[in-house]
Design a protein around this ligand. Structure first.
Ligand SMILES: NC(=O)c1ccc[n+]([C@@H]2O[C@H](COP(=O)([O-])OP(=O)(O)OC[C@H]3O[C@@H](n4cnc5c(N)ncnc54)[C@H](OP(=O)(O)O)[C@@H]3O)[C@@H](O)[C@H]2O)c1
Length: 302
């Protein structure tokens, strides 16, 4: 049961995962505050019932007073960028100073399938932030989702133009999860105010090869899509041509290398089961986003 003073804050609220969590809180009638850097870019959130949008920069404590006032629980999300550790550790320190009770960290689970944190930078960065939060004296919970299904929306231009999913992933299998599932799990934790000191690994319901993922996208859009394994250098050239910053090109290159080194994912639905959430299948996700995969709608990711 929520108390009136139990304000929930979601950071990274204009992003892919943060906006999904804010929409889920609003849909459930849970009052929440959404932290964004620029409210002009978050007009869709401003219109949601029960949601208060505030501006602030997680990396600059002095900008967070209004965002953190009266907050009991915060869901901490920021971008996968070179500043992620500094940004989130600074935010943890600001939460501590402001008397926030509980920080839920939106993390990643790839160390759980064998990724070497020294070889894939985001695994190492999430681990460092988790350790900082655990040592802060705040109550904490870690959410560790597997690969998002929404990652495949980035491949929509090639799928629409060539009927092909081009990735340097050989015959690996992954268990991608729908961000909508993660949002439901995050909301259950935030509303409960419980689960302190717990880390929740979570995946989608199926272990899928890239050929199976391509096939499911093809079924959803009504035309064949084939998986083609490409050389890592070819993938790098495509990412550079698509305008990805060098840091992200290098990070995704490292991630693909770690995926080839750890080719077997596994399914972990313990968090879904605990909170009574039915896991979305990749086929459902692909059907919901068929217009994006056909190249007929913008890449917003739902
Ligand atoms: N992709 C995957 O498969 C996957 C799997 C597991 C975990 N993850 C993790 O999930 C997390 C969220 O990913 P996402 O795709 O939802 O991210 P996203 O769409 O890039 O959103 C991140 C948000 O954080 C905000 N942000 C960044 N720095 C900030 C700062 N200093 N102050 C305030 N806001 C700031 C950004 O604001 P602006 O809009 O102003 O830039 C953006 O809206 C990442 O940490 C990622 O490593 C990803």
């Amino acid at each position: 049961m929520m108390r009136e003073t139990d304000m929930i804050l979601v950071t990274g609220a204009a992003g892919l995962s943060g906006s999904a969590v804010v929409r889920e809180l609003s849909r459930n009638g849970v009052p929440a505050r959404a932290l964004v850097r620029d409210a002009a870019k978050a007009l869709a959130l401003v219109r949601l019932p029960y949601v208060e949008v505030v501006e602030g920069d997680m990396a600059r404590a002095g900008t967070l007073d209004a965002a953190l006032r009266g907050v009991d629980r915060a869901l901490m999300i920021s971008s996968s960028n070179p500043q992620m550790v500094e940004t989130q550790c600074n935010f943890v320190d600001a939460c501590k100073a402001a008397g926030v009770g509980h920080v839920v960290k939106f993390s990643g689970r790839e160390s759980g399938i064998g990724f070497d944190p020294t070889k894939f930078r985001f695994t190492g960065m999430h681990e460092a932030i988790e350790r900082h939060l655990e040592a802060s004296g705040l109550r904490w919970t870690h959410l560790r989702p597997s690969q998002f299904m929404q990652v495949y929306l980035r491949e929509a231009p090639t799928i629409a133009a060539k009927g092909a999913l081009l990735l340097p992933l050989e015959d690996i299998r992954l268990s991608p999860i729908d961000i909508a599932d993660i949002a439901q799990i995050a909301v259950a934790i935030l509303v409960s105010g419980a689960h302190h000191g717990a880390a929740f690994d979570m995946t989608g319901p199926e272990q899928l090869s890239m050929a199976e993922i391509a096939g499911l996208i093809g079924e959803a859009i009504g035309k064949p899509v084939s998986y083609q394994n490409v050389a890592p250098e070819e993938r790098r050239r495509a990412m550079v041509a698509a305008g990805l910053p060098p840091f992200m090109v290098d990070a995704l290159d490292e991630q693909a290398a770690e995926r080839r080194r750890c080719p077997q994912s596994h399914v972990d639905l313990a968090a879904h089961d605990l909170f009574g959430i039915r896991p979305a299948t990749f086929a459902e996700f692909a059907r919901r986003n068929a217009a994006v995969f056909r190249g007929e709608a913008a890449l917003v990711g739902s």
